[in-house]
Write a protein that binds this ligand. Sequence first.
Ligand code: GTP
Ligand code: MG
Length: 321
Amino acid sequence: MPRVVDVPALVEQARQGRPRAVARLVSLVEDASPALREVMAALAPHAGRAYVVGLTGSPGVGKSTTTSALVTALRERGLRVGVLAVDPSSPFSGGALLGDRVRMQDHAVDPGVYIRSMATRGHLGGLSWATPQALRVLDGAGCDVVLVETVGVGQSEVEVAAMADTTLVLLAPGMGDGIQAAKAGILEIGDVFVVNKADRDGAQATVRDLRNMLGLGEARQPGDWRPPVLTTVASRREGLDELLAALDKHRAWLEEGGRLRARRVRRAADEVEAIALAALRSRIGDLRSGDALERAAAEVVDGRTDPYSAADRLVAAVTSG
Ligand SMILES: Nc1nc2c(ncn2[C@@H]2O[C@H](COP(=O)(O)OP(=O)(O)OP(=O)(O)O)[C@@H](O)[C@H]2O)c(=O)[nH]1
Ligand SMILES: [Mg+2]
């Protein structure tokens, strides 16, 4: 039985940082609840506080370990931190990511940390639809920084990068990873690159390969961001200070001259466009079940109109009401 959602109360409680309310709102996102429209409207005036850092990379490179270490460091700065572990391959939350949750136990009793995993497979619109809305919830709940961990499979890393202010790409030693990076196009999306597991052989070679692939020698426009390639041993928190410094530096660069805002406007444009297209598609679907589309199609077949004019009429019909 779907419960009736008291959206204003829920949003107010989430704004006070009550974890259960935040959890409930993220579940509404996960379930694509009809109440979401009201939730998003209620959250809108409170938007724009959280800085979003995306972490991506192949399975097992150390994303969760790094996330946990970053949480500790950000908490030391007195910041409220949200962690969103997005699993693009699982239809259930909690399952595949249980290991991450366990690893996050250090933070389990800290009221300044909110940790949540979210499943998006089989989701209408998938990861790119659900994640921005979950981020809005965490933003509205007063998180200063939200770390989004996504395992790099398929398009997921590119999609997550599109939602983050700063994207951190993790790799581990071994040429395989380097080749994978080039293939998946993650060279373009990374703002900061980390070769984790630097306690293993081949870390420096991976750093070198990566720097070569990034073409750091190439001339760039003055003022362009040059993605740094760092090494860490996340399990021992080695290299974390340098990583934090690199994240700070990228944020400062983005904030200079309005780059951050421009990035966020582009991101919101994608989100609005996706929602608008989904609405149009569903209305055109309604036409399909009626006979307007059928009639227009018959006119095209009979030569009484052309497909462009028929499509114009269809668009006019679905947007006029
Ligand atoms: N040797 C070594 N092991 C590490 C390091 N960082 C993490 N690990 C280990 O690598 C394993 C995977 O780490 P996770 O942090 O779970 O990696 P992940 O990228 O989140 O993994 P998925 O979420 O499953 O994709 C764990 O056993 C970690 O303890 C490191 O710097 N060196
Ligand atoms: Mg993980």
